[in-house]
Design a protein around this ligand. Structure first.
Ligand SMILES: C[S@@+](CC[C@H](N)C(=O)[O-])C[C@H]1O[C@@H](n2cnc3c(N)ncnc32)[C@H](O)[C@@H]1O
Length: 276
């Protein structure tokens, strides 16, 4: 199959406009491989025909979703970026809990945006279960969202390989996961705190119903966006945070340049963004 730069750019723009993911020209072979796979599945012979199919014969975007599921990068594992999670557990959570206690509010709401196969959301639930005392005093709700429908169904199952749990401390592994054969299944006491939902971060209509959160975790997602999409998404995080709430990004991501609305907080060598 021949994928000209012109056709690549048409695909690139379609994906960018619909979901903010920005494929640079060096990604042409990565994209081409995934296009071939979808074209074979649909028995479509030319790129031009596949483009037409996506634009005019896919009103519910079911085929676009299939393609997108192949184009997203879903790398993740439990307790990823451990040092940052330690700051969340020991500093930020305590700060927010103190504020909530004063207000007589016992709800902790977390939005795990770009949750992939679910490991990050389960990690956050385990941390809350360990840190909140007594746990029964608190009402925990973690909303975990992703644009990729395939990873979301894996997240709902919550069954992982040894690679996904390699950084889980042994005592948590025993307490919160069931080991069956070679795989590790998250126990229902953890699962019950999380709702997995399909959500496109670039779809502001869909985001309207998201509600207010104390913490937004959006780690290793914005690296796939360009500055304009990042700006849009970060302004949504601001809208959906309670005053005093925090945003956590991946270690190679920052919002310093794209939003001055947040207060930059440095704790334990980590940078967090807080809404005043
Ligand atoms: C590399 S994973 C990050 C997983 C996890 N947050 C972590 O740090 O381990 C990036 C995820 O972002 C999701 N994603 C990309 N663009 C998105 C969008 N526009 N809306 C929602 N999720 C998106 C992808 O589907 C993918 O699962």
């Amino acid at each position: 199959m021949n994928l000209s730069m012109k056709n690549f750019m048409t695909f690139r723009n379609l994906v960018y406009d619909r979901c903010g993911i920005n494929f640079e020209s060096k990604k042409i072979y990565f994209v081409k491989k995934r296009l071939i796979s979808r074209m074979e599945a649909l028995e479509i012979a030319t790129v031009e025909d596949y483009l037409r199919y996506l634009k005019f014969r896919d009103p519910k975007r079911t085929e676009f979703q299939e393609l997108l599921n192949l184009l997203t990068t879903n790398e993740t594992y439990m307790f990823r970026e451990f040092d940052q999670l330690a700051v969340f557990a020991e500093d930020c959570l305590e700060e927010v809990c103190e504020k909530k206690k004063k207000l007589g509010n016992n709800q902790i709401r977390i939005w795990c945006a770009g949750c992939s196969t679910g490991e990050e959301a389960y990690t956050l639930a385990i941390i809350l279960m360990e840190m909140l005392e007594p746990l029964s005093d608190w009402n925990i709700k973690i909303t975990a969202t992703d644009i990729d429908t395939k990873v979301l169904s894996m997240a709902q199952k919550g069954e992982y390989s040894s690679r996904a749990v390699k950084d889980v401390p042994d005592e948590y592994l025993e307490q919160y996961l069931r080991i069956t054969g070679g795989s590790f299944a998250v126990k229902s006491i953890v699962k019950k705190h999380i709702t997995f939902t399909h959500l496109n971060l670039m779809d502001t209509n869909q985001l309207k119903s998201a509600g207010l959160f104390d913490f937004v975790f959006c780690r290793n997602v914005l690296i796939y966006f360009d500055e304009a999409s990042r700006k849009e998404v970060v302004s949504q995080f601001y809208e959906h945070l309670d005053p005093g709430g925090f945003v956590f990004l991946g270690h190679s991501e920052s919002i310093g340049r794209i939003s001055s609305s947040f207060t930059l907080r440095k704790m334990g060598g980590m940078i967090m963004y807080q809404k005043n």
